[in-house]
Design a protein around this ligand. Structure first.
Ligand SMILES: [Zn+2]
Ligand SMILES: [Zn+2]
Length: 294
C-alpha cells in the first residue's frame, strides 16, 4: 500500500464512530402505532418512539397496552434498560400505559412529564385547601395543619418523574417544551414535546398535539427558527377537511418545515393532505418505521 493511501485508510478509521450507538445515531424508530408496513409487530392505537441521536437514546411515550409495547420494543431490538431519558407527552392512556414496563426495566431513568396537578406526583398549590380557621379542628383538612409540599399521587409510584414547566435543555441539543390545550375536551391539559437540534434545524417529536401542532412548533421555533421535521400525532382525527388543509399549509408555507413524518392521530385524511403538500419530503412513519435524522 502506498504511504498516501495508507494514511487515508488510517484517517478514515480514526473518523469512524468508536461506539456502536454512534453508528445508529440519527433516527426515530416508531415502536407503537395503528398503521405501518406489514411486519410481525402488533398494531394498536397509541404512540411510542425511540429517538437515537448523537449516541443518545430517548424514549418518547409508551403506547396503549403494556404487553404490546414490551413485545414491539423487544422485536425492534430496543433495550429499555439503556436510555438517557424518557418523555411522556400527556396523560392519556394511549401514551402512558407502557410506563409500567419502562419503570420495571429502568426505575432510575428520568421521565419528563407535563404538569398535571394531582398526577405524576405533581405539587398541589399551597392555596388549594382554602383554609377557614373558624371551623373546629376535626372539620379542617389535616386538623388545620396541612403538610408542606402536598403532592398528587400516581399509579407509577416508582417513576423518576421530572415535571416540565418550561422549555428545558435536558441533554446537550435535546429540549423538552410544554404547551397547553385550549380545545374542547382537553382544555387546560398540558402536553410535552421533544425537540432535537440537528445541523438542518429542529426535529420535533410530538405525542397527540392536543394544543395544536402549529402551537407546539411555534414554541419550538423559539429555540431555533429552522424547523427540520415534525414526527408523531398531529391530532387531526375528526377535523374538517378545511382545518386539515389549513394546518398542512401552515406547516409547509409559514413554518417552512423541510420534512414531515405524521403518525398516530394525524388521521388518514391528514396523511393524504401532508403527502400532497410535501411530496418526496414526506417520511412514512407508522409502526416499525425508522425515520432518519440529519
Ligand atoms: Zn391524547
Ligand atoms: Zn394519542
Amino acid at each position: 500500500m502506498k504511504p498516501l493511501v495508507a494514511a487515508i485508510v488510517v484517517a478514515l478509521a480514526l473518523l469512524a464512530p468508536a461506539h456502536p450507538d454512534a453508528q445508529q445515531a440519527g433516527r426515530v424508530t416508531i415502536l407503537y402505532d395503528a398503521f405501518g408496513r406489514p411486519s410481525a409487530l402488533q398494531k394498536d392505537w397509541g404512540f411510542a418512539a425511540l429517538v437515537e441521536y448523537g449516541g443518545r437514546r430517548i424514549l418518547f411515550d409508551t403506547g396503549n397496552d403494556a404487553a404490546i409495547f414490551a413485545r414491539n420494543a423487544k422485536q425492534l431490538g430496543v433495550d429499555l434498560s439503556r436510555l438517557d431519558a424518557a418523555v411522556i407527552s400527556h396523560r392519556h392512556g394511549d401514551h402512558t400505559t407502557g410506563l409500567e414496563v419502562l419503570i420495571a426495566t429502568n426505575p432510575k431513568v428520568p421521565i419528563y412529564v407535563p404538569r398535571e396537578g394531582a398526577f405524576f406526583k405533581g405539587a398541589v398549590p399551597p392555596d388549594f385547601l382554602a383554609p377557614d380557621p373558624s371551623l373546629p379542628p376535626h372539620m379542617r383538612y389535616f386538623d388545620g395543619n396541612p403538610p408542606e409540599g402536598l403532592r398528587g399521587g400516581t399509579p407509577w409510584s416508582r417513576g423518576n418523574f421530572q415535571i416540565t414547566t418550561k422549555t428545558t435543555e435536558i441533554l446537550p441539543g435535546f429540549f423538552v417544551l410544554t404547551t397547553r390545550s385550549d380545545k374542547p375536551g382537553t382544555r387546560e391539559m398540558n402536553e410535552v414535546s421533544l425537540a432535537v437540534r440537528t445541523p438542518q434545524g429542529l426535529a420535533v417529536i410530538v405525542g397527540c398535539s392536543h394544543p395544536g401542532v402549529e402551537k407546539i412548533l411555534e414554541t419550538a421555533a423559539q429555540i431555533d427558527t429552522r424547523l427540520y421535521t415534525a414526527i408523531g400525532g398531529f391530532h387531526l382525527v375528526q377535523a374538517p377537511h378545511n382545518e386539515i388543509e389549513r394546518v398542512a399549509g401552515l406547516l409547509h408555507d409559514t413554518l417552512k418545515l423541510q420534512r414531515v413524518a405524521p403518525g398516530h392521530c394525524t388521521s388518514e385524511a391528514g396523511f393524504s393532505a401532508f403527502m400532497r403538500r410535501f411530496g418526496d419530503r414526506f417520511d412514512k412513519a407508522g409502526l416499525g418505521a425508522r425515520v432518519p435524522l440529519p
